[in-house]
Design a protein around this ligand. Sequence first.
Ligand code: SF4
Ligand code: SF4
Ligand code: SF4
Length: 272
Amino acid sequence: MKKYKSAIILFAVFEAIAVWLWLSTGSLFYLLNFSYIGCTLGVGLALSAAGWKYAREFVQFGVGSYMLVFLGLICKENMQIEGFWYYLFSGVVGAGVLHYAIAKIFGPLLFGRGWCGYACWTAMILDLLPFKKPAGPRKRIGFIRYIMFALSLGIVILLISLGKANKVTMFYLFVAGNVLYYVVGILLALVLKDNRAFCKYICPITVFLKPMSYFSVLRVKCDESKCIQCGKCLEVCPMDVEVNNDARSRKNATECILCQKCKKACPVKALK
Ligand code: SF4
Ligand code: SF4
Ligand code: SF4
């Protein structure tokens, strides 16, 4: 049972959030929504603990497609960053704001960039491309994410000031934004031969994710006394994290998506 401890804890945390939100808002949606996400995460972690190779992909598709198709396209909730700004400025603490608060602003203090490894519907498609290991070193173009962040905020402020911000406009913005993310993400991956190039250089959400995940409780730790400096962990890491250094300030530390590939590659089990 010990190896399933994390799965049980994660499921219990999400179930507690589900029940708390259900009772405090009276909305059954929160109970079903967070129970579904907690169940998928719990089952995925349990499958991973049992050694199933595709456990991460199971969670990624289970949560990612639910959020994109059910919440986004069927329920018409804008779950992208523009939706977060829109609901925040409207003073509505709905699904969009809660999603950002839990997955991308405060949650990363606990589980770092687990969202990026296990739930993001953009990366769920990008990870299917063939460039699982980056073909070359990082480019120095990460500043683009800050421009994208400012643009997302600017678009919503403009729509609000023009009196055009409403659920219908935000739904069209959600569809257009996702199409744009997929097209740019796939093209960039093909050009740079790196599935996660979009995450490294373009994605505006990282402006929230990176500083919070620096302090994450969950992180890949390296027992440097065991490490034989073979470099295998660095070869497989999709995010160029200097994971064989245990310091929080290691290179690209806040880029770790907790995918566990480095742990599987380490021949001496120095990574925990
Ligand atoms: S960096 Fe952005 S696109 Fe990439 S996985 Fe994270 S949230 Fe998704
Ligand atoms: S390979 Fe290791 S260091 Fe790299 S992103 Fe995955 S878990 Fe993090
Ligand atoms: S794979 Fe393990 S032993 Fe090799 S460099 Fe990484 S942490 Fe060290």
